[in-house]
Design a binder for this molecule. Structure first.
Ligand code: CS2
Length: 493
């Protein structure tokens, strides 16, 4: 067994492997981050690693909310981990040093509260996935009947949800006189800053009006657009890190070379100069956010559901399938791009072409199943916003109903060979009940899904033409399979 990556072994790694140009021991903690998943460690933590080279104030304290599993290997490595960039030319490795402290919220509440109260921390960031905010996906409002929210309102000193933890932390900061701070949501949600601000305000009001006022006066919620494709870490990544470092690293991350981070310039206190690491500060993130959610994530979900049904395990395989490629290309050009305002400095056509290239990166083992997860939380901002804009403009819906039907077919829980699909979604039980009730009959299955107001909103649930379009594709997908349905739809049968 080789030695393990850590501060004591860092100096011995081969020269070809990148490493912090600063001494991680000298870095102080200035950022608190909620959600220790791979995406954070391959995106914001890398930007921050670059910033630390010139400003040692911005080390990260990373908090895992749900499980100690993410914390344990990182704590054993003094927060160090390998960041593997995969392209067709090969894999480059770099050790990231920005994660200076790790906390499992369930075990170290006092430490977490102390960090919230710490005046040296002026930025809190989060990546807790779409479902982690306990909101209603269709309206963006706090779901007050969500079990975690019910729990956190009852047990205010032992919160478990991101919003409960954040509000309790802000309360501690208020009591300690810790001063203003910015909360930067880094999840793929529309108007993510505004949305979280609304959730925090609703939750804080339920606790204490004075706290809600303090938050209003002291905390800003900049919106952000974050982008980098980060597949889940596999054993092959652990082996690759070991090969390159000559050390064991139990927690590497793997990513594509592309990265983008657009941040609304709305900070009430000191912040890292992430712009020195390539981030862009703007006054309005909305056009960037819509472009990314609708073109990248909307296409990702489309190709994940239909690609999976066609038998593709990986994104690069699905996006090289001519049927899938044609569908997402046409969906982007004909239906999505016309709903977008062009963000400053961006050529939307070139952006779409670049997306296809990124999806086709065969060095990235990105599973269609990984993207297919949590569709009920993802569809509204990825596909349904475009649907609404087109309906409002009186524009036709051509491809989007097929993409949405792909989700319903997938979420019905069986593949085209009758095999079981492990559908991971907060509404998975509801999906099972719909399919049972419909006795697997495609029309009623479609109807059951299309009645879900938390996904489709009251407006689309009641929109006859929209429902019929999706329903027709669901029936074809069940009866004829994805291959025939796509070929027929694209006129290449
Ligand atoms: C993906 C995203 O898993 C998913 O749903 O669509 O994680 C996607 O890879 C990132 O948003 C890219 O920035």
């Amino acid at each position: 067994m080789p030695s393990r990556l850590g501060l004591a072994t860092l100096a011995g790694i081969p020269a070809a492997v990148g490493r912090p140009s600063y001494d991680p021991r000298a870095a102080r903690v200035g950022i608190l981050h909620l959600g220790l998943g791979a995406f954070h460690r391959a995106h914001q933590a890398v930007y921050t690693d670059d910033v630390l080279a010139g400003d040692l104030r911005w080390g990260i304290c990373g908090v895992s909310l749900k499980t100690p599993r993410a914390v344990e290997p990182l704590a054993a490595q003094d927060g160090l981990y390998t960041y593997l960039l995969r392209t067709s030319e090969g894999v480059t490795a770099r050790v990231i040093g920005s994660l200076r402290e790790t906390i499992f919220a369930g075990a170290s509440r006092a430490a977490l509260v102390a960090r919230f109260a710490d005046p040296a921390i002026s930025v809190v960031t989060s990546t807790v996935t779409e479902k982690g905010y306990c909101h209603d996906p269709a309206t963006g409002e706090l779901n007050e009947s969500h079990p975690d929210i019910v729990h956190d309102l009852a047990w205010r000193d032992a919160p478990e949800s991101a919003i409960g933890i954040l509000v309790a932390g802000l309360d501690a900061r208020r009591a300690a006189g810790g001063g203003p701070l910015a909360f930067v949501c880094c999840d793929n949600l529309p108007h993510n800053g505004r949305m979280v601000e609304g959730l925090v305000r609703a939750f804080a009001h339920r606790r204490d009006a004075a706290l809600a006022r303090w938050i209003h006066d002291n905390v800003t919620f900049p919106s952000t657009m974050v982008d980098r494709i980060v597949p889940a870490t596999t054993e092959a990544d652990v082996a690759e890190a070991q090969r390159q470092l000559g050390l064991y690293d139990a927690a590497p991350v793997t990513a594509e070379p592309f990265a983008q981070w657009v941040i609304e310039d709305r900070f009430s206190a000191a912040r890292p100069r992430w712009e020195d690491a390539g981030a862009q500060f703007v006054s309005d993130v909305a056009p960037f956010e819509l472009m990314k959610l609708r073109l990248l994530n909307g296409s990702h979900s489309t190709l994940a559901y239909l690609g999976f049904l066609l038998g593709h395990e990986l994104v690069w395989q699905a996006s090289r399938d001519p049927l899938v490629a044609t569908l997402i290309e046409r969906q982007m050009a004909e239906e999505i791009v016309p709903t977008l305002a062009r963000p400053p400095g961006i050529d939307l056509q070139a952006y779409c072409a670049q997306l296809l290239e990124r999806f086709r990166n065969a060095a990235l083992p990105h599973k269609t199943r990984q993207i297919a997860m949590d569709g009920s939380q993802k569809l509204p901002q990825r596909l349904l916003g475009t649907v609404r804009d087109r309906l409002a403009a009186g524009a036709p819906l051509v491809h989007l109903p097929l993409a949405i039907a792909g989700w319903i077919r997938y979420a019905s829980g069986s593949d085209e060979h009758g095999g079981r699909i492990d559908v991971q979604d907060p509404l998975a039980d509801t999906f099972r009940a719909i399919v049972q009730e419909a006795r697997g009959d495609p029309g009623p299955v479609a109807d059951g899904f299309l009645d879900l107001t938390s996904v489709f909103g009251a407006d689309l649930v009641a929109h006859y033409a929209f429902r019929e379009a999706v329903r027709g594709h669901v029936i074809r997908l069940f009866n004829d399979g994805a291959q025939v349905t796509l070929a027929h739809h694209l006129g290449v049968a």
